[in-house]
Design a protein around this ligand. Structure first.
Ligand SMILES: Cc1cc2nc3c(=O)[nH]c(=O)nc-3n(C[C@H](O)[C@H](O)[C@H](O)COP(=O)(O)OP(=O)(O)OC[C@H]3O[C@@H](n4cnc5c(N)ncnc54)[C@H](O)[C@@H]3O)c2cc1C
Length: 254
């Protein structure tokens, strides 16, 4: 059986000026189910005759197994000159793409017994954490577990799913902290989101404030490879072993 299957575009909106919010449904009667943190690959021809591969994290809040016909959301950066960006922007609703997956091990592990997760992302990398929210809520109900979600973005215009994370933080008090880190604007601009704890600077600059603790923390990092590398180095410096550092770098694959 082919590992490829068609997915059909069912909606496309701007999530932010620089990010598309896309929904796709499997077009062959199969289900697009996944474990939160996994991604789907799309495969499409380039002008030079080669085939490109791009990966997109599943962003839908995963509170039940996706049945056949259910749509799955992705958030895709609008990269100037980007091949997939041009593809997504040129598609009509109802058009199909070739896809494979779900793939990836960047998932929450049921056997973890840590006291805190540090969930760190830049840009669209936060999609996986949005998908994980229902699973996180179940884990928090089952054991003493705190979560810190840090999201690195340039300006308030780049906030993604901020209302949902802030609402989750308000519902869970100090056990779930949502920290958007703005690299390019005054942090005051985001103080209007109740539940958010905005900072001004790169995410990696605020790790020290969280006092990472090898006996308590498991860290996830997703998004810009430079951010991921910087955080890995910083967390190793705080004594976290590599087995407690889980990462997904957003790179393009030919
Ligand atoms: C496991 C995995 C999961 C991923 N999940 C997502 C996701 O959920 N959402 C998402 O948007 N992307 C995700 N990516 C990245 C995605 O696969 C593409 O690389 C990205 O969308 C750019 O594709 P493109 O074809 O539009 O641009 P490309 O044709 O790949 O890039 C054009 C040029 O822009 C540069 N470039 C590429 N990406 C960026 C960027 N983000 N900002 C600035 N310059 C860039 C490239 O180096 C290149 O020079 C993921 C990658 C991996 C490996």
């Amino acid at each position: 059986m082919s590992k490829f299957f068609p997915i059909r575009l069912t909606s496309r909106q701007l999530a932010t000026p620089a990010v598309l919010h896309l929904t796709f449904v499997r077009d062959d009667g199969g289900s697009l189910d996944y474990t939160p943190g996994q991604f789907i690959q799309i495969h499409f021809p380039l002008a030079d005759g080669t085939t490109a591969r791009r990966s997109y994290s599943c962003a839908t809040r995963h509170d039940h197994h996706m049945a056949p016909g259910e749509a799955v959301e992705f958030v895709a950066s609008r990269v100037p000159g980007g091949a997939a960006t041009a593809l997504f922007e040129g598609m009509a609703i109802g058009d199909c793409l070739e896809a494979s997956g779900p793939l990836g091990l960047f998932t929450l592990k049921p056997d973890d017994s840590n006291g805190r997760y540090l969930l760190i992302a830049t840009g669209t990398g936060v999609a996986s954490y949005r998908s994980m929210l229902p699973e996180i809520e179940k884990m928090m109900a089952a054991r003493p577990l705190d979560i810190v979600l840090m999201h690195g973005i340039r300006t308030v215009d780049d906030l993604l799913f901020a209302d949902e994370f802030a609402d989750f933080a308000l519902r869970h008090g100090s056990r779930f902290r949502y920290i958007p880190c703005f690299s390019r604007v005054d942090v005051e601009a985001a103080t209007s989101i109740p539940g958010a704890e905005p900072r001004h600077g790169y995410v990696q600059n605020f790790l020290e404030e969280l006092a990472p603790d090898p006996a308590r923390d498991i860290a996830y990092m997703c998004g810009n490879p430079n951010m991921v590398d910087a955080c890995v180095e910083a967390l190793k410096g705080f004594g976290l072993p590599m087995k407690h550092i889980r990462r997904e770098k957003y790179v393009s694959l030919k």
